[in-house]
Write a protein that binds this ligand. Structure first.
Ligand code: X2X
Length: 343
């Protein structure tokens, strides 16, 4: 090597070190805090764990993520998660659209009762133009969305009797998440909805302060809701609850472009694996997860199309009311995407 070339290279290398080393020390934290409602006993928490592990491996430990399940960074108050994420109290999250919908009204789309008849419909939304549009909305709201996951189809359970018709729900005290659309849905069905966090919901079921709740069957099983008197489950698949992998904007901007790409790809990979975990036992022939539920002495009620239709009709006015609040254009795009979905 010529002396001149050597010197130029050496100077350039020294300059690169001088610029990059202090920058790294200043902007990379020792630990990033990931918020989750459910921990690693659930597909949701496993998804977060998969994401964190992939990032740690692929960045050789430059980005080290710790999980905070039970939304512990915000004292269990899950409907405050989005604000905390935007403010930087939380660095990153795998969050439910339900919990963020009080701040991002478009996310109420997924809580419109009976919008998504099957998994293909849910995929048509998250993986199509609706998903893109919602990611733009989230970006404008100040966070960086990277990938979709899934909590699952929310089924209704209760301690009193099998639910086959809206009349069976009459007067039943049902715990719902703190999002106003749920109050409208359950009021329309003649029930008596009451908002509370997931942390408060389980003791409320155990003490019979509430009669019922709605959550995916994977959550029902992992939380052993049959042991808190939830002995009747009705498979009505009224909404699917997607999860979103996001990063706080300042944290995102503090990473090198190469590290951002790693974090994004890891979220996409973890999201795919998480969705498969969330659907396990529900997509195989005979739905083995429902057999497992029944083995705990639980009545599992599957509705005929006509029986299900009575619930669809009863909640139609709620869909009409919320269409305006969510944005008619987005709801129409969702309906079109579902009508054109691959089966
Ligand atoms: O609170 C719930 O029901 C849960 C765990 O499913 C959510 O966070 C939306």
């Amino acid at each position: 090597m010529k002396l001149r070339t050597f010197l130029t290279t050496a100077v350039a290398a020294a300059a690169a070190l001088a610029f990059s080393a202090p920058t790294m020390a200043q902007t990379y934290k020792n630990e990033y805090r990931m918020s989750l409602v459910l921990g690693t006993a659930f597909p949701w928490g496993k998804g977060g764990d998969l994401w964190a592990n992939k990032v740690r491996e692929r960045t050789n430990g430059r980005i080290n993520i710790k999980l905070y399940p039970g939304v512990s960074l915000i004292q269990g108050d899950q409907t405050r998660e989005f604000s905390a994420l935007r403010q930087g109290v939380i660095d990153m999250a795998v969050g439910s659209t339900i919990n963020w919908s009080p701040q991002v009204k478009q996310l109420n789309l997924f809580s419109l009762p009976f919008l998504m008849p099957d998994y293909a419909a849910a995929d048509a939304l998250t993986q199509g133009p609706v998903g893109k549009s919602l990611f733009q909305t989230l970006e404008k709201a100040g966070v960086v969305p990277l990938a979709w996951g899934e909590n699952g189809y929310r089924e209704i359970s209760n301690s009193k009797h099998a639910i086959k018709t809206p009349a069976d729900l009459k007067g039943m005290k049902i715990r719902v998440v703190g999002s106003p659309l749920f109050l409208d849905t359950f009021t329309a069905l003649g029930a008596n909805p009451t908002q509370m966090s997931w942390a408060d919901a389980q003791p409320a079921m155990a003490s019979s302060a509430v009669d019922g709740q709605e959550n995916p069957m994977s959550v029902y099983m992992a939380a052993k809701l049959y042991s808190v008197a939830q002995k009747h489950v009705t498979m009505w698949g009224y909404i699917n609850d997607p999860l979103i992998f996001v990063v706080n904007k300042d944290i995102w901007n503090s990473w090198t472009p190469a590290d951002r790409e790693i974090v994004k790809q890891a979220a996409i990979d973890a999201g795919k694996e998480e969705i498969a975990l969330a659907r396990k036992g529900m997509v195989e022939p005979g739905k083995p997860l429902l057999k497992e539920v029944a083995s705990h002495g639980v009545t599992v009620t599957e509705l005929t199309p006509a029986e299900r239709d009575a619930f669809v009709k009863a909640t139609r006015p709620v869909v009409e009311k919320w269409k305006g609040q969510i944005g008619a254009e987005l709801v129409n795009l969702a309906e079109k995407s579902i009508a054109e979905r691959k089966q």
